[in-house]
Design a protein around this ligand. Sequence first.
Ligand code: FEO
Ligand code: CA
Ligand code: CA
Ligand code: CA
Length: 682
Amino acid sequence: QTTVTVSPAVLGFTSVAKSLDDVVKVPEGYSVSVLYRLGDPLNAATSAYANNGTDTGFSARGGDHHDGMHYFGLAATGSARDDASNTRGLLVMNHENITQVYLHANGPTSTGGVRPEGEALKEMEAHGVAVVEVARAGSGAWSYVQGSALNRRITPLTPAVFSGPVRGNALLRTRFSPAGTDGRGTINNCANGFTAWGSYLTCEENWAGYFRRATGDDTARGGAAARSVVALKRYGIPEGAGGSYGWASVIPSDATSTIYARWNASATGAAADGTADFRNEPNQFGWVVEIDPYDPTKPPRKRTALGRFGHEGCWPSAFVAGRRPAFYMGDDSRGEYLYKFVSAQPWAAADASASDRLAIGDKYFDAGTLYVAKFNADGTGTWMPLVFGTGPLTAANATYAFADQADVLTNVRLAADALGATKMDRPEWTTINPVTGEMYLTLTNNNASVRPLDGTDAANPRHYNDPKGAANTAQRGNPNGHIVRLRETGDTSEATGFSWDIYLFGADSADSDPANVNLSGLDASNDFSSPDGLWFGRPSNESGQVSPLLWIQTDDGAFTDRTNNQMLVALPGKVGDGGARTITNKGADGATRTQATIVGKTATGATLKRFLVGPKGCEITGIDSTPDGRTLFVNIQHPGEDGGLTALQSSWPATQGGTSSTARPRSATIVITKNDGGVVGL
Ligand code: FEO
Ligand code: CA
Ligand code: CA
Ligand code: CA
């Protein structure tokens, strides 16, 4: 890679203090405006959002729980792509989940366990993805364009197609798609990615929780040892699972409709091949899904070569001509793995401007190698290929008896178990330093049962008792999380080995037991817990220099007594700029153990600062900017989620600017600009 002058050497803004107020706070010299909220109408025919539980028609409204997001530039008029536009574009974002209580007049209802059809439909449609046209006026103010023909909602009901090695496999056959080629929509879309050819990647994370599975279903499937039962349990759908929000309970007014029945994964049909029921519907989720934001007529494509798990995000390596690009992916559950997909096709720069973007996606995504990471104690690591017929991934495997590559990809967690990959402290976002090509990974936190005192390793080295949570066993383990970074051998996306270290540890700077709990030397200006969102500024700032700012967003429960969730900015170093270190861990009973690990150079108040604190009860997740870095878009997810209708925890965004309000809270996208018009964060 070319050498680029790194600017700046120190962060220029004054850190924002921790806050428990119901408002978004940013540094002095910056401004915040609210751009796109839950319920906002996305076509001319849809009414303004009443925000009292009476609104309907969410397939044409902003969804809930804004999450991963990417800005795609548009030419001055029309629908043509213009990657350089700083004034008009498409914001594409995930609507991960819902805060159910605020979507209905008096909260959710059910009669004898049966949910009303209208409520369930509204809840489904508030999930998914949105494509929203946004534009900057001459005054500099941003707004979304309500009547844009490019606005689009993709919900769990939107037709989608399967692509890659699992397409047409028996594991995908359902009553809806007996051929195993088609599906309906996407759900629990968490973090994201993008491609050099102008498409958006959305990732299905906690999809398992939506499924019901009847008591007795293990027997119906052939008993506890049956392969589908083993896989369902491994992915979090045990027998007797009730299914979030009870959608499977709805009795539809159209008796032929299966949009509710599909959430019942029980094997109740007569045909053993799964085409009479929805026993295979859970296999339709857990994928990376590619969307062409510029063409609303194209169904999303589920990219099965990238594997099925609890996908947090899917961030690309640099696209280097002649080299096969890689995509880095976390599986966010306790003790899950880090993955990398390397395309079979070397990058051809001409593909960046192709008009059929999803056809280019077919080229790069439908053939390649999926790897899972093993972190060694000496600071090296290995990418282990998840290829049927190699190592333990064979039909002869006594534990799992893999059938073929489609089976390996659909049940990747089983395959990664078989390979002995490193169990991580909940892998969330990945991102790539545009200067060095190094990859950063947030490990948000872990509990004591998955990361016990005697179960740490060099890459997941912490177990201690959060002093604030002494009575709370959930806050033992690694309660505040850390950030690992990784350098590919030979600095190439195609590498099968890497070196790594730990860049940053979360901590409350006031904690002193054990003595080295605050391993990164955080202070009041930059202490944080549970890193989640992670993003490097776009590499085209000021005078063609790369701005290596690293943005870190939090989703925390262990630190919210001190501050609402936050976003920090860091100036990163490089893998290996620190050294080996021994950490003293301490259990709840006072027992101690040491763990050696590789720790990067300690961040300081000059190289890590708190840039933003959100309103009450929110998580900060989702970030992008215009190409010039002068407009930053950030998502505020589920403000007020810990409250209810009788005791609102938050009324944000109506409270932004300090206004008193009794409105229901709404997830929303905000715009942050520097008052002097400069690059945000510099
Ligand atoms: Fe949806 Fe792991 O965060
Ligand atoms: Ca979330
Ligand atoms: Ca997340
Ligand atoms: Ca999280």
